[in-house]
Design a protein around this ligand. Structure first.
Ligand SMILES: *Cc1c(COP(=O)(O)O)cnc(C)c1O
Length: 360
């Protein structure tokens, strides 16, 4: 089986975790601080605040911008549900806007049309590792006095005009095992704003800056040193992982682009795509997924139901029609692109798609 995702954990991670366990200091400590510093430096921001999931990073990022009941946050319906759920957690309302066919990301012109006097933030998602149009979102945020929160959970090291995802506004990263780097479970908030950094840290720790003094309502969102130890090792390897993903993506595109009916992912000029997913568009997607499964090729559908159409969101009364997101949710299929996919496996994937296409 060629899996759709597989974390690469070697002796270095095992050793790093053992060292923490042997030290007896296993909660948030020095390793977390070191990981935060290294991640801030890598992303090109002043502050990085480690938390225990990407969801927690989004949630704490929103709270650090004082977003809450009565506020609206414009975001993408074509994402993992955590994107919008994090907005609901704060009591604010997710407002969904439609996406572009080529990048699967929010369309900035449509986002601008969703701004009302209740809008407090916009939350673009750098889906599959292709950055959102951050020039447009910086402008919309500045013109309307909005917070800019980037869901960078799939975009570690991705760039827009040479600047890293997560360094334009307040960034939220995930280190779940399927992501471009992992800490098992984990997340990171990135920002250049010292007020936001200070608040995010308080949200992480029961509203406290000083032990047993609680200035606001917070949570326990802390990362452990065990996780941070893994993250420190993984961060060292991130650039080589990314190169491998980009190389695999290029091989896939070379082999797939001339197959009838397959639409390969594109990379816009000036964007550094880190290929968290390599996602094609195809008719009869579910049939192809079964065909590939028979061959031992794992695939993924990211995502089969847009968020506004999820049962829970239907219950909340969402009646949006977002035609592009709805159409793409029936056509997208992610193929294995992660660093451990071998060249011969890429060829097998290409040959299998050719075979499927030939039988149609
Ligand atoms: C993974 C992911 C999240 C949530 O991260 P967790 O670490 O699983 O909580 C949020 N948004 C997007 C786009 C993701 O891919």
């Amino acid at each position: 089986m060629i899996p759709i995702a597989k974390p690469q954990l070697d002796e270095a991670e095992v050793q790093a975790v053992s060292d923490v366990l042997r030290s007896g200091m296993i909660a948030q400590g020095q390793r977390v601080t070191d990981f935060e510093q290294a991640f801030a430096e890598y992303t090109g921001v002043d502050y990085a605040i480690a938390v225990n999931s990407g969801t927690a990073a989004l949630h704490a990022g929103l709270l650090a911008h004082d977003i809450g009941p009565g506020d609206e946050v414009v975001t993408s319906p074509f994402s993992f549900v955590a994107t919008a759920n994090s907005i609901l957690f704060t009591g604010a309302k997710p407002v969904f806007s439609d996406i572009d066919y080529d990048t699967f990301n929010l369309n900035p012109e449509m986002v601008a049309e969703k701004i009302t006097d209740r809008t407090k933030a916009i939350m673009p998602v750098h889906l599959y590792g292709h950055p959102a149009d951050m020039k447009a979102y910086e402008e919309i945020a500045n013109d309307n006095g909005l917070a800019l929160i980037e869901d960078a959970c799939q975009a570690h090291g991705a760039t827009f005009n040479g600047k890293k995802a997560g360094s334009f506004g307040t960034g939220a990263f995930s280190f779940y095992p399927t992501k471009n780097m992992t800490t098992s479970e984990g997340g990171m908030i990135t920002t250049n704003d010292d007020e936001v950094a200070k608040k995010a840290k308080m949200v992480r720790d029961h509203g406290s800056r000083q032990r047993y003094l609680h200035e606001m309502l917070g949570y326990n969102l802390r990362m452990t040193d065990i996780c941070a130890a893994i993250g420190l090792v993984q961060l060292e390897k991130l650039e080589s992982y990314t190169s491998k993903r980009q190389h695999n993506a290029q091989l896939l595109t070379n082999g797939l682009q001339n197959i009838e009916g397959v639409i390969c992912p594109t990379v816009r000029q000036g964007y550094g795509h880190v290929f968290h997913q390599y996602t094609i568009r195809i008719q009869n997607r579910d049939e192809l997924a079964s065909f590939l499964k028979e061959k031992g090729i794992g695939t993924g559908i990211h995502y089969p139901i847009p968020i506004h159409m999820q049962p829970y969101y239907q219950e909340l009364g969402y009646t949006d029609k977002l035609p592009v997101a709805e159409e793409l949710s029936e056509e997208v299929l992610s193929l294995p692109v992660h660093p451990q996919v071998l060249g011969e496996e890429i060829n097998f994937i290409i040959d299998s798609l050719k075979e499927w296409s030939g039988t149609r």
